[in-house]
Design a binder for this molecule. Structure first.
Ligand SMILES: NC(=O)c1ccc[n+]([C@@H]2O[C@H](COP(=O)([O-])OP(=O)(O)OC[C@H]3O[C@@H](n4cnc5c(N)ncnc54)[C@H](OP(=O)(O)O)[C@@H]3O)[C@@H](O)[C@H]2O)c1
Length: 278
């Protein structure tokens, strides 16, 4: 017998009219051999948002879960990303076709430029390709990942089209205050990758204290913090129990004292690369 599904995460409006579930399941480093089963477990638990990428080498298995589940395709939100090597107009169009063939799906919900790779200077052309794919109805929403504000400024200046989402590394050590303020003013949603700092922030004693006070786990405290910041978060987990724990954050609230204590954890530490260094 499986556990009852949890309440669904709320959906946030995107500037193009689409609506994204605020909490999703991220599948980086989920081996292809486990991806269908874990994606189905996530959907059973109540997740409606799956985040993958060509680079994660599990698009086929994620697509299979989306095709096999009883949950309607329109109730699911699937994101993928064009990898660094495929930046450029024609290469991106080809990469998208390859991704969709692997997924076995007609339409994607969100397609992102995975990294800007400023040294190759092809991200504006990549962006033009995404705008074309959206105009053709092959993807519902288009956005970017790992873009600093100045990269976002440039694609808007050169194409007149703004991304609806920027997926960046974001967690209590790296809350991305300036980027969030900029994007809020422009109506660009911020999505947190490695929302748990790859699990590393969870040993922090401040989080343990807050968790004990709310009778929750440190992961639930961090994910609740993301939700209260209005950020989209896509934690990865490798078991049904953790998938459920991470989605179960919609029936309690952090107060001002909790939020101030978490704000004090900011150190600027990244777990991944600075996008300007590629
Ligand atoms: N756009 C990008 O460049 C980019 C880069 C990195 C990641 N991402 C996306 O963001 C997603 C999440 O990032 P991430 O996988 O790097 O890191 P994360 O979600 O911050 O952390 C995942 C780690 O935390 C552990 N964990 C999860 N839930 C837990 C819980 N309740 N209690 C204790 N430990 C827990 C996981 O362990 P187990 O797996 O052992 O359960 C795993 O080791 C990725 O899957 C991917 O979709 C995007």
């Amino acid at each position: 017998m499986t556990d009852a599904p949890l309440p669904l995460a709320p959906r946030l409006d995107l500037a193009d009219g689409a609506r994204i579930p605020q909490l999703g399941f991220g599948l980086y480093k989920v081996p292809a051999t486990d991806a269908t089963e874990l994606a189905l477990a996530a959907i059973d638990a109540g997740y409606r948002h799956l985040d993958t990428a060509a680079f994660y080498a599990n698009e086929a298995e994620v697509g299979r879960a989306v095709r096999e589940t009883d949950v309607a395709r329109d109730d699911l939100f699937v994101t993928s990303k064009v990898w660094k090597d495929d930046n450029g107009y024609d290469a991106t169009l080809r990469a998208f076709d390859d991704s969709m063939a692997r997924f076995g799906l007609d339409v994607l919900d969100l397609y992102l430029i995975h990294w800007p790779v400023p040294s190759t200077d092809r991200y504006v052309d990549t962006w033009r390709a995404l705008v074309r794919l959206q105009a053709e109805g092959r993807v519902r929403s288009v956005g970017v990942s790992n873009f600093h504000v100045h990269h976002v400024d440039r694609i808007i200046a050169e194409t007149g089209v703004a991304p609806v989402v920027n997926q960046v590394e974001l967690h209590p050590w790296l809350p991305q205050r300036e980027l969030r303020a900029d994007h809020e003013a422009r109506g660009i949603r911020v999505e947190a990758w490695s929302p748990l700092a790859r699990g590393r922030v969870l040993d922090d004693p401040t989080l343990a204290l807050i968790a004990a006070r709310h009778d929750r786990s440190p992961a639930q405290i961090v994910l609740r913090w993301h939700m209260q910041q209005g950020v989209i978060a896509i934690p990865k987990a490798s078991s049904s129990a953790r998938l459920r724990e991470n989605l179960d954050v919609f029936d309690f609230e952090l107060d001002e004292v909790d939020l101030a204590a978490i704000a004090a954890l900011e150190s600027g530490e990244r777990t991944g690369r600075d996008p300007d260094l590629d």
